[in-house]
Design a protein around this ligand. Structure first.
Ligand code: ADP
Length: 243
């Protein structure tokens, strides 16, 4: 479904992505893990064009694009098939939970309000917020706000959802409810690419793991193989530090 070939990105002299390849198939839940500063977030942001990669190729649904040549129109078209969940939720603070979910459907997708509201309510129901449609972000916990953000992602019916450290801004007692929603999505077959520090999630929910360090993929494979039988010394060292 999604393939990345030799993506590179520098910030000035700092080579953050030094040639990364990635392959995501439909239904995959891919966890991108690795030490802080290894380029995980930059990779995810480049794939969704929130950051401009210097070079590399993207293949999505059998269409091929070069990161340095892609047009705004092509980006807009690709974005319609994807959704992004941010670390800090990125909700409109002056809009209710339901309005946050319907806004993009009405404004960007030109959907009729009644239809958007119906879809929005369904999405909020799905993340366990059927009693919070009319609450503003300030009236919701961090976990609930992130679930609104996930509902907003689901409502656009994406082919893949990108998650950038979705639980790292949350107090530990609130991460469980967000991970549980993500687990449900995974079980329904949603394709997901997740930058995460949650090893429990990587181990039990994702089917593939990518371990990055210093802008390259050190090791990737099935979650089972990765955690039970890591091959690279650097992977083993990393796993020792987190266990
Ligand atoms: P990770 O997600 O693995 O923690 P990041 O992708 O956030 O890593 O960052 C990788 C490196 O790129 C870090 O050294 C970070 O400071 C740097 N970096 C990220 N974004 C920018 C930016 N916009 N400008 C300059 N440096 C950046």
């Amino acid at each position: 479904m999604l393939q990345i070939l030799d993506i590179k990105k520098s910030f000035g002299e700092l080579h953050v992505l030094r040639g990364v390849d990635l392959d995501v198939e439909q239904g995959d839940v891919v966890a991108i893990i690795g030490p802080s500063g290894s380029g995980k977030t930059t990779l995810l942001r480049c794939i969704n064009f929130l950051e401009k990669a210097d070079s590399g190729t993207l293949i999505f649904d059998n269409e091929k694009f070069e990161f340095d040549k892609i047009t705004k129109k092509e980006i807009a078209r690709l974005r319609r098939k994807t959704a992004f969940v941010f670390q800090n939720y990125n909700l409109f603070l002056n809009k209710t939970a339901l309005q946050n979910v319907t806004e993009g459907l009405i404004v960007a997708r030109k959907m009729h309000k009644a239809e958007a509201v119906e879809i929005g309510k369904k999405a909020l129901d799905k993340v366990g917020l059927s009693d919070r449609y009319d609450y503003y972000p300030s009236q919701l916990s961090g976990g609930q706000q992130q679930r609104v953000a996930i509902a907003r992602a689901i409502a656009t019916n994406p082919e893949i959802i990108f998650f950038d450290e979705p639980t790292s801004a949350l107090d530990p007692e609130l991460t469980g409810e967000v991970l549980s929603v993500m687990r449900d999505l995974a079980n329904e077959g949603m394709t997901m690419l997740v930058v995460t520090h949650e090893m429990g999630f990587a181990r039990t929910v994702s089917n593939k793991v990518i371990f990055m360090e210093d802008g390259v993929i050190v090791e990737q494979g099935s979650s089972k193989e990765f955690f039970e039988n890591p091959k690279e010394e650097r992977t083993k060292a990393f796993l020792r530090t987190i266990q």
